[in-house]
Design a protein around this ligand. Sequence first.
Ligand SMILES: Cc1cc2nc3c(=O)[nH]c(=O)nc-3n(C[C@H](O)[C@H](O)[C@H](O)COP(=O)(O)OP(=O)(O)OC[C@H]3O[C@@H](n4cnc5c(N)ncnc54)[C@H](O)[C@@H]3O)c2cc1C
Length: 464
Amino acid sequence: MNKKDVVIVGAGPAGMCAAYRLIESGLNGKRILIVDKGRDIDERKCPMIREGKCINCEPCNIMCGVGGSGTFSDGTLNLRPDIGGDLVEITGDCDIAWKLVNDVDKIFLRFGAPKKLYGINKKGITELKRRAASAGIKFIEIPQRHIGTDNAPMVIRRFENYLRENGVEFLLNSEVEDFIIQKNSCKGIRLRNGRVINSRCVLAAPGRVGASWLNKIVEKYGIKTKFEPIDVGVRVEVPAIIMEPIIQINRDPKFHIRTKRYDDFVRTFCTNHKGFVVRENYDGIVGVNGHSIKKKESENTNFAFLVRVSLTEPVENTIKYGRSIAKLATTIGGGKPILQRLGDLRRGRRSHEERILQNEVQPTFKDYTPGDISMALPHRVVMDIIEGLEKLNEVIPGVATDSTLLYAPEIKFYATQLEVDENMETTIMNLFAAGDGAGLSRDIVNASATGILAADGILKRLKD
Ligand SMILES: Cc1cc2nc3c(=O)[nH]c(=O)nc-3n(C[C@H](O)[C@H](O)[C@H](O)COP(=O)(O)OP(=O)(O)OC[C@H]3O[C@@H](n4cnc5c(N)ncnc54)[C@H](O)[C@@H]3O)c2cc1C
């Protein structure tokens, strides 16, 4: 393999869109190499998808390989620059940010994403916006494209074929161990098997699955980073019938709320209509999430209700803080998620099993500890949740009744953000970063857009 112009670490949306932009801008595809520790799309078989059991494949076939994480997901494209990232902040220009979203959409359309758009029912949306505004809440209008579970691998396969046909080389089942950095300039990569590949520029796009590896690299070379805010809160479960009128307008409605007491930012996220609450484990701590299954429906709807937490001096490490909250919740819950009725939280008493059994809303997740969320989450977060739900009740009547169920903790951690300039170049020359692993995005559209921006930056560097 000759020296490359560009080595891209990670074949997820960020890496693939970067390669696409490079060849579309005239760079000879043969000069581009994409390295990924995962497999090719047709070899990414996950026992979890077929038999519902995770046997911890290494590397994980859900997260790793061509198409990156989410290849086997519902493939929802949130066509906004401020959901799943903040392209306006990155580019400093609203028009450029929207154009990037458009560019990403065109790429996925080109490779077979369906033309149909969701979330554009103008009449319903205007009415919802009006109702939300009159309650002092912002309803976020999001045009969405659903690639769908069945289609996503086909779209990725076509995308990969196009890159290959244009000369882009893929080196799969190959884990990058380190970058070659000399005199504050990146000269290439070193694989786990010791092989060195030289390159004029390197793009780090390793996704969430590669975030801790990237963190180690960042510490080793003193690459500048900053801590991102985290989201701390609960998963709310209510009767599906309450949410029905909203779901008809938007299947994953996003409401943004500012609380009066603390002026904090609270939001709804990841709504699962007629879905189920599930447990999440990470490194000895327990949390909750939600999902919906096509073949099985529940009578409830669940959504995350999250408070944004940022920290300033002397403690900026939001990840450490979030983990300590999750640890406390795990201890109080005896190793299980805590479940409390909103009515009990309001009255300052814990929920008991009897109260849960008599409750109008029955939990879809059964392995809980009935308890008191205010013993686990910071007071400020608890107050924000109660105030936020009461506000939301003005838009979705019934969402804040005493029988509403709250599961804790639900915490969203994001990767440490690498400091990059407007060309996505890190503080190391010729080392660029994009996507979720570098803390620059949290969804497919934003990850892809940062990949495109990095490609533009790389092209400028190659002309130097
Ligand atoms: C189950 C699931 C469902 C999702 N559903 C949606 C959805 O519907 N809509 C949405 O917008 N987002 C969704 N997401 C999130 C979305 O998939 C990610 O935001 C997006 O894929 C991030 O793109 P990326 O290119 O930054 O990283 P990734 O897609 O994570 O790709 C990173 C790649 O880098 C490789 N890699 C990592 N470290 C190394 C290394 N050291 N050496 C070599 N290769 C390495 C990995 O193998 C991986 O293939 C979902 C995620 C999951 C897990």
